[in-house]
Design a protein around this ligand. Structure first.
Ligand SMILES: Nc1nc2c(ncn2[C@@H]2O[C@H](COP(=O)(O)OP(=O)(O)OP(=O)(O)O)[C@@H](O)[C@H]2O)c(=O)[nH]1
Length: 190
């Protein structure tokens, strides 16, 4: 599930991942909730991701809450050019804690990193927040595609392993994976 304030780029991130496209300048706010499927290859196994795109607007919150408990993973987005969207992250985390399963996979993404001139959230501040909460963190761009596939692939790898891992197989390390594979990506352990 993609969550975060309205306008942070959840729909664009999903469209970039699903279709490899970005429609500049169009902002059609999501109404309620929508989903897309994409099959990805994870270490030779086909994994079908059902990705739910939620409306960031407050008035749809009760609709989206109903879907949280079935989510296996959440991508929590803020917009690096919008400080308010970063300030909302703590409230989102409280909401997530209240409504999701205990073992939900969670990743923090700072989107729109292509807009360097308009940056309003320092990367170090986000890294600190991520570290405090033990979250994997990356900066992304739905516009250029930076780290978009990686975010979804990392989630797919984690979920696949949860369902299929043999006891002898080493555990997939999500934090280490994105740190290694990400371009300008980072992540933090608590
Ligand atoms: N520069 C830049 N603009 C982006 C990026 N991602 C999204 N946008 C723009 O941000 C605006 C909002 O994008 P959406 O994907 O619709 O935002 P959302 O989070 O789905 O919004 P809600 O549906 O209201 O929750 C649009 O005008 C996009 O073109 C990005 O990575 N870089």
């Amino acid at each position: 599930m993609l969550v975060g304030d309205s306008g942070v780029g959840k729909t664009c991130l999903l469209m970039r991942f699903k279709d490899g496209a970005f429609l500049a300048g169009t902002f059609i706010s999501t109404v309620g909730i929508d989903f897309r499927n994409k099959v990805v290859d994870v270490d030779g196994m086909k994994v079908k991701l059902q990705i739910w795109d939620t409306a960031g607007q407050e008035r749809f919150r009760s609709v989206t809450h109903a879907y949280y408990r079935d989510a296996h993973a959440l991508l929590l987005l803020y917009d690096v050019t919008n400080k308010a969207s970063f300030d909302s992250i703590q409230a989102w985390l409280t909401e997530i804690q209240e409504h999701t399963q205990d073992d939900v996979v969670l990743m923090l993404l700072g989107n729109k990193v292509d807009s360097a001139q308009e940056r309003a959230v320092k990367r170090e501040d986000a890294e600190k927040l991520a570290k405090d909460y033990g979250l994997p963190f990356m900066e992304t761009s739905a516009k250029t595609g930076l780290n978009v596939d990686l975010a979804f692939t990392a989630i797919a790898k984690e979920l696949k392993q949860r369902h299929t891992k043999a006891p002898s197989e080493p555990r997939f390390q999500l934090h280490d994976y994105i740190k290694r594979e990400g371009r300008g990506a980072s992540c933090c352990r608590p």
